[in-house]
Ligand binder design. Structure first.
Ligand SMILES: Cc1cc2nc3c(=O)[nH]c(=O)nc-3n(C[C@H](O)[C@H](O)[C@H](O)COP(=O)(O)OP(=O)(O)OC[C@H]3O[C@@H](n4cnc5c(N)ncnc54)[C@H](O)[C@@H]3O)c2cc1C
Length: 384
C-alpha cells in the first residue's frame, strides 16, 4: 500500500494538447476535484500540426484546428501567464498578480521558437496567430526565404511553394538529414528541387538583415540572400524560465521520472519534458504523440501515485511535404541501415525499416496507409 493522497485541486500550466489531454486523463484516473488550466495564448487548445500544412496553404480555416471542448467542470484561464511556482506553499503565480493554489500541478508549457535576432519583425511559426500572420503575407510575397531545413522549415517551404512563391531554404547541414538519415532526406530534397525549391547549405549559419522588415540573410561566408519574406525555423527552446529558483528545470527542459513526475505533487508532459537518452543526455522529443502519451501517464501518476503505470516511450512522428506523406515510428539512429520492406523510395511509395547491428530501430511508411501499431512493430517495438 502506498501512502499517496489523491489531490483535491489540480492546476495545469499550459493549455495546448498536453494540457487538454491531461484534463480527460485526470477524470479517467478518478480525479473528482477541481481542475484549473492557465495558458498564455488567447486561443483555447488547438492542434499545431496543421499550421504549417493546411492552414498555411489556406485550405483549412484557422478555427478548424481547435480541439474539442474540454467541459464545463474545468476553469480555463486564457491569456494568463504563469510567472512563478512556489513549491513549498503550492501556489502558481500569474503575471496579473493572481495566485492559484494547488494540491498537484502539471507542467505543460511546451516550447517556443528559437530566434536568430531580437528584432520583432523576425517571423516564426509556432502559434495559430503566427500561422495567420504568415498565411496573410505569403500571397503578396514573390520570394520566400526559410532559414532552417528541418521538418518545420521544409514543411513551410512545401506549403509556400504550392502557393506560387519562389522558395529558398538555407541550412547549415544537408536538409532533413539529421532527422531522416541520408537516403530518405535525399529523396525528399530531390522532390523539393523538382518543384523548384532552392536548397542552400551554409556552414556557420546566417545573420538576419533588415530592421523594420527582415529583408534577407548574410551567410558566414558573406553571401547575401534577399527575399520578400523571411521565416526562421531553427529549432525551439523549452518554456521553463518561469520555474527559475525551483530547481525543477534545466536548460534542456523538465526532467521527469518513469511516471512523468518531478515530485509526487508535480508532473510534466509534452514538449517541455526532457528525458535521458541512451547516452544519458537529456533530450526533448517534441512530437504530438509523445505529448498525448506523457499527459495521460502524468495525470494518472498525480492521481494514483506509485500505482499508476509507467511511461513507455513510443516515438512516432509524421510530416507532409513535397508530395511525401511520411510516418515514422522509432528513432533513426546515426549510421542505421535502411532497407525497403515493400515498395520503393524511388517510386515514392514504400515501407522502410532501419536497423542497427541487425536489430530494427525505426520504420517509416511513405505515401502508404498503415496502422501506427504495425509501424511500431516494424520499428522493433514489439506488440503494443
Ligand atoms: C507548425 C507545427 C507543426 C507541427 N507538426 C507536427 C507534425 O506534423 N507531427 C508531430 O508529431 N508534431 C508536430 N508538431 C509538434 C506538436 O505540435 C507538439 O509536439 C505539440 O504541440 C506539443 O504540445 P504541448 O502541449 O506539449 O506544448 P505546446 O503545444 O508548445 O503548448 C504549450 C502551451 O503552454 C503555453 N505556455 C507556455 N509558457 C506558459 C506560461 N508561463 N504560462 C502559461 N502558459 C504558458 C504556451 O503558450 C502554449 O499554448 C508541430 C508543431 C508546430 C509548431
Amino acid at each position: 500500500m502506498s501512502d499517496h493522497t489523491a489531490p483535491r485541486s489540480v492546476v495545469i500550466v499550459g493549455g495546448s494538447v498536453a494540457g487538454a489531454t491531461a484534463i480527460d486523463a485526470l477524470r479517467q484516473a478518478g480525479h473528482e476535484g477541481s481542475i484549473t488550466v492557465v495558458t498564455e495564448e488567447r486561443w483555447p487548445p488547438y492542434a499545431r500540426p496543421p499550421l504549417s500544412k493546411a492552414v498555411l496553404k489556406g485550405v483549412e480555416a484557422p478555427e478548424s484546428v481547435l480541439l474539442p471542448h474540454y467541459g464545463s467542470d474545468v476553469t480555463f484561464r486564457q491569456e494568463a501567464r504563469a510567472i512563478g511556482l512556489d513549491i513549498d506553499r503550492r501556489v502558481v503565480h500569474l503575471a496579473d498578480g493572481d495566485e492559484i493554489p494547488y494540491d498537484a500541478v502539471l507542467l505543460a508549457t511546451g516550447e517556443r521558437p528559437r530566434r536568430l535576432s531580437t528584432n520583432p519583425a523576425e517571423m516564426v511559426l509556432r502559434t495559430l496567430d503566427d500561422a495567420i500572420a504568415l498565411r496573410d503575407r505569403v500571397p503578396a510575397a514573390g520570394s520566400v526565404l526559410i532559414v532552417g531545413g528541418g521538418f518545420l522549415g521544409m514543411e513551410i517551404a512545401s506549403s509556400v511553394r504550392e502557393l506560387g512563391a519562389a522558395v529558398t531554404v538555407i541550412d547549415q547541414e544537408p536538409h532533413l538529414e539529421r532527422q531522416f538519415g541520408p537516403d530518405l532526406a535525399l529523396r525528399i530534397r530531390t522532390a523539393a528541387g523538382e518543384r523548384g525549391v532552392e536548397l542552400r547549405c551554409s556552414p556557420g549559419g546566417v545573420e538576419l538583415l533588415g530592421s523594420e522588415q527582415i529583408t534577407g540573410v548574410r551567410t558566414a561566408q558573406g553571401t547575401v540572400f534577399e527575399a520578400d519574406l523571411v521565416v526562421s525555423a531553427v529549432g525551439c527552446l523549452p518554456n521553463v524560465e518561469w520555474l527559475e529558483g525551483t530547481g525543477l528545470a534545466t536548460a534542456a527542459g523538465i526532467a521527469v521520472d518513469s511516471r512523468c513526475l518531478v515530485r509526487p505533487d508535480i508532473a510534466a508532459a509534452g514538449d517541455v519534458v526532457a528525458r535521458g537518452d541512451a547516452q544519458g543526455k537529456l533530450r526533448r522529443t517534441p512530437h504530438w504523440a509523445n505529448a498525448l502519451d506523457q499527459a495521460r501517464v502524468a495525470a494518472a501518476a498525480l492521481v494514483r501515485g506509485p500505482e499508476a503505470p509507467a511511461y513507455r516511450p513510443r516515438p512516432y512522428f509524421w510530416t507532409e511535404q513535397f508530395g511525401f506523406e511520411v510516418k515514422i515510428a522509432g528513432e533513426i539512429a546515426t549510421g542505421a541501415r535502411l532497407s525497403e520492406v515493400d515498395g520503393g523510395l524511388l517510386d515514392r511509395e514504400a515501407l522502410l525499416q532501419w536497423t542497427v547491428n541487425g536489430r530494427a530501430v525505426a520504420a517509416a511508411s511513405i505515401n502508404r496507409r498503415i496502422a501506427v501499431r504495425k509501424l511500431h512493430q516494424l520499428a522493433g517495438a514489439g506488440l503494443i
